[in-house]
Design a protein around this ligand. Structure first.
Ligand code: 4PL
Length: 259
């Protein structure tokens, strides 16, 4: 089921983000870490943000160059405000925001409590709102911005054992459409990427890790999705040349869902 990952060109030969400042949340692991590494390798001054500050620091160290890491609980208004103050002080502006931070639960409907619902919604939607609120205010001052948020193909499939997550990821998509309207006048684009099941630290901590075979059966292209398979879609939407694309969702799931 393993497949060869194509040349993802994270080797610095393509440099679409030279002179850009990028914030990536969820950058300590999974899709966030891979996206942050790519933006950094293509020349962005990249801020690796995570609630796991040490994990983010380790990934920023690997990236080298001008990469920096900052701890943030994106669901806490004060924490998000402090993050933005520090980024603006140290980097001067914000050009790109990649929202990859999320809780990935595996909880059957019968066990889903309001407390668990809130635990997931607070990060996946409250956190998204707070990050977009603060970053877009900074982007508006440049009259340039790229916001790319990670949704999920589970919003089309109604994937089991994560009803609250599916609700939150549907919100990521529809919020992105609305925010695209709000920010168009400032030349800020807002899009999302919908990955399929991807082999990440977050997924491996749950029983979703046992779903790869089932998902493989539904894919047009066979294989186990890894973060590097999702990164090109994120980097494209985060790039300057994607300026005519906003309010869109790009599914990256080997053709499991056709939408
Ligand atoms: C199809 O986003 O999209 C499991 C776990 N299966 O998190 C997901 C599918 C999972 C998904 C997801």
């Amino acid at each position: 089921m393993a497949h060869e990952t194509v040349n993802n060109r994270g080797d610095g030969t393509v440099r679409r983000f030279e002179g850009r400042v990028a914030i990536v949340t969820g950058a300590a692991s999974g899709i966030g870490a891979a996206a942050a590494a790519r933006l950094a390798s293509e020349g962005a001054t990249t801020v690796f943000v995570d609630i796991d500050g040490n994990g983010a620091a380790a990934k920023a160290d690997e990236a080298g160059g001008t990469a920096l890491a900052l701890h943030c609980d994106i669901a806490e208004p004060e924490s998000v405000a402090a993050l933005h103050r520090e980024v603006l002080e140290r980097c001067g502006k914000i050009d790109v925001l990649v929202n990859a931070a999320a809780q990935v639960p595996f909880v059957a409907w019968d066990d889903l409590t309001f407390e668990e619902w809130r635990r997931v919604l607070r990060v996946n939607l409250d956190g998204l709102y707070l990050m977009c609120r603060a970053s877009s205010d900074a982007m508006r001052q440049n009259g340039y911005g790229r916001i790319v948020s990670v949704s999920s193909n589970s919003i089309f499939a109604g994937t089991p054992n994560m009803a609250h997550y599916v609700a939150s990821k549907g919100g990521v998509l529809t919020f992105s459409r609305a925010l695209a309207t709000e920010l168009g006048a400032a030349k800020i684009t807002v899009n999302c990427v919908c990955p399929g099941l991807t082999d990440t630290e977050g997924v491996r901590k749950t029983d979703h890790v046992n779903a790869f075979e089932f998902v493989d059966m539904l894919q047009a292209i066979k294989g186990r999705g890894v973060p590097g398979d999702i990164v090109p879609a994120i980097a494209f939407l985060a790039s300057e040349e994607a300026h005519w694309i906003t309010g869109q969702a790009l599914t990256a799931d080997a053709g499991m869902v056709r939408w």
